[in-house]
Design a protein around this ligand. Structure first.
Ligand code: E4P
Length: 300
């Protein structure tokens, strides 16, 4: 699995690239805003983006900010022309740019189709369902970005859990625990309702099942897994970038289900390298170094 850094913060990108584990980068308007705010607006955006591109040894996704297909295509061409001399530019296009009842639902796909015909690589972003991912692949997207963390947030919110109160942004969402609870309760529920049909028809049970998933998607990782499976079924060439990753365990799980790429915030990369027992082992080894062994290094 390739690792991209999900950041527009030049210091983070620089450090992570120096660690030798970065294959690309993804940005979005919110990440750019964070970088601009941190510098109190004092930033020359074009030069800043060029710096990022020069640093990253692979594709860097830059997002358009228009909503209509034609305008997105023009913005994509401009970004691609302006920044391609400095690195490998990929254009991020939202799968559906509609802000609600504006008739723009298919403008993202139209833009993807037009750009892919011109040979401009597209990362189709804000993908929250396998259905959207199928359309993105059909339109010719080079990459598709399912937002695993946001899907976990959505399911937890449906369950009545509040971000910042019941869970923190980086908390792992244990969907397997929910499945185990469901399985364990099956006998009890069947006895209470008498038959599977009664369970199925029960509004209470339906509400619980519905609240613990999103239209059959059990978690963000499950979303990634389903997209990977569908693409493999049909040989779609579009690469899956597991996005909106919030913790190290999610990285492991998207790797297990075969994501081509995971794009990771800086903090998640740090979390991946740390383990209590590794640090404890280091302390033990350092405490056990004998002078006879140290001597080898002194002689050089
Ligand atoms: C992906 O390309 C996006 O930049 C990103 O992963 C969004 O993550 P968030 O949901 O944590 O904002």
């Amino acid at each position: 699995m390739m690792i991209f850094i999900d950041s527009a913060e030049i210091e983070e990108i620089k450090q992570a690239c120096e660690w030798g584990i970065i294959d690309g980068a993804t940005t979005n308007p919110s990440l750019i805003k964070k970088a601009v705010d941190r510098r109190n607006g004092k930033i020359t955006m074009e030069d800043y983006i060029k710096e990022i591109l020069k640093m990253v040894p692979g594709p860097v996704s830059l997002e358009v900010i228009a909503l209509k297909a034609e305008e997105m295509v023009n913005q994509a061409r401009l970004l691609y022309r302006k920044f391609s001399p400095y690195g490998e530019v990929v254009i991020k296009i939202p799968v559906n740019p509609s802000l609600g009842n504006d008739g723009l639902d298919f403008d993202g796909l139209k833009a993807i189709r037009a750009l892919s015909r011109e040979g401009i690589p597209v990362n189709c972003t804000l993908v929250m369902s396998p259905e959207q991912a199928i359309l993105a692949a059909k339109a010719g997207a080079t990459y598709v970005s399912p937002f695993a963390g946001r899907v976990d947030d959505y399911i937890r919110a449906k369950m009545g859990m509040r971000i910042g109160i019941d869970f923190k942004k980086g908390d792992y969402f244990d969907h397997n625990l929910l499945s185990k609870v469901r399985e364990a309760k099956v006998d009890e529920i069947l006895t209470r309702y008498g038959s599977a049909a009664e369970v199925y028809k029960s509004q209470d049970i339906g509400a619980i099942i519905n609240a613990t998933q999103d239209n059959g998607i059990l978690s963000g990782v499950d979303l990634v897994a389903k997209i990977v499976r569908i693409y493999r079924n049909y040989g779609y060439k579009t690469k899956v970038i597991a996005s909106s990753i919030r913790n190290a365990r999610q990285v492991r799980e998207v790797a297990e289900v075969g994501a081509d790429i995971a794009t990771l915030p800086f903090e998640v990369i740090l979390e991946m390298v740390r383990h209590y027992k590794t640090m404890e082992g280091m302390r033990d080894f350092m405490a056990d170094v004998v002078p006879q062994y140290e001597e080898i290094f002194r002689r050089e």
